[in-house]
Design a protein around this ligand. Sequence first.
Ligand SMILES: NC(=O)c1ccc[n+]([C@@H]2O[C@H](COP(=O)([O-])OP(=O)(O)OC[C@H]3O[C@@H](n4cnc5c(N)ncnc54)[C@H](OP(=O)(O)O)[C@@H]3O)[C@@H](O)[C@H]2O)c1
Length: 345
Amino acid sequence: MKKGCKYGTHRVIEPAGVLPQPAKKISNDMEIFSNEILIDVIALNIDSASFTQIEEEAGHDVEKIKAKIKEIVADKGKMQNPVTGSGGMLIGTVEKIGDDLVGKTDLKVGDKIATLVSLSLTPLRIDEIKDIKPEIDRVEIKGKAVLFESGIYAVLPKDMPENLALAALDVAGAPAQVAKLVRPCQSVAILGSAGKSGMLCAYEAVKRVGPTGRVIGVVRNEKEKALLQRVSDKVRVVIADATKPMDVLHAVLEANDGKEVDVAINCVNVANTEMSTILPVKDFGIAYFFSMATSFTKAALGAEGVGKDITMIVGNGYTVDHADITLQELRESEALREIFNELYL
Ligand SMILES: NC(=O)c1ccc[n+]([C@@H]2O[C@H](COP(=O)([O-])OP(=O)(O)OC[C@H]3O[C@@H](n4cnc5c(N)ncnc54)[C@H](OP(=O)(O)O)[C@@H]3O)[C@@H](O)[C@H]2O)c1
């Protein structure tokens, strides 16, 4: 067995010299290197921004969605949406562990895992698409994938259904960042707060701000409002379109006694929501963009344009212990478990 680069650069086909994530094409040859792990894939959880884009392009036709996904993977060797650039994650069972990782990894052949690195850099081969569940962005397949030496993963917990864990792990970076960013007594606004990551963030934010803080959930309609209120009655829910910055600003200010917030979290899955995140934040506050539809240019020029001295954080999908923090939320909150069971299983 040959040894590859721990970051997977040995699989990059073009352009030369880049890492697998920005690469246009990578090798999805399933003959593994000595520091790789082969996974027998069960299902892909396509990133929400990516799935929404493919679904719209395919006119919501399931066969066309299947064809598009197959085309992308055949072309790029990985499931990276060429429009959004984003991927998603997968679950599968460990089929083979490269010689150099035996004794180094805690994984065993047969373990069921969720990969926590993006599909946008994961070598993937699809042999068959068995089913598509558009309502939860899930694609059940027969196929194989490769995890690099640097690739992170979570062994699926035994105390909850695997689809429940998968749904939450998909967005684990967001609530775990909230746990680290948000302090007692602060005010926090969450855009897209009734979505998957938004609900987890809202729950975590309520915990972190404590009784003297305030969490404001921005949602787009009454149905979402009712959903978010089930997560926590401590969230002040406001209805506004996240693509309309002045509407969001007024709604958040009104919910926060006229004051700007310390932290804004963007969990929306559509474009043009940068200014709705930035405007409600006070000077020296934090805007955290978890949304993959965020434009760096729009955020940077937009903040400058309104004279806001705020810290803007790119939503790194990984932060230390993100899987544990997120799964712990599901263990703690019966409401979250119920909602996730209803919506994402
Ligand atoms: N940074 C990372 O590593 C990472 C990892 C995973 C996902 N993501 C990104 O995080 C974002 C959220 O993911 P998710 O899985 O939580 O998505 P989700 O469950 O689809 O949630 C998105 C929410 O935004 C709402 N929304 C859409 N347009 C809106 C508008 N104009 N105004 C107000 N609300 C609006 C949606 O409402 P409707 O349901 O009514 O449309 C939904 O509640 C996506 O962009 C995804 O790509 C990032």
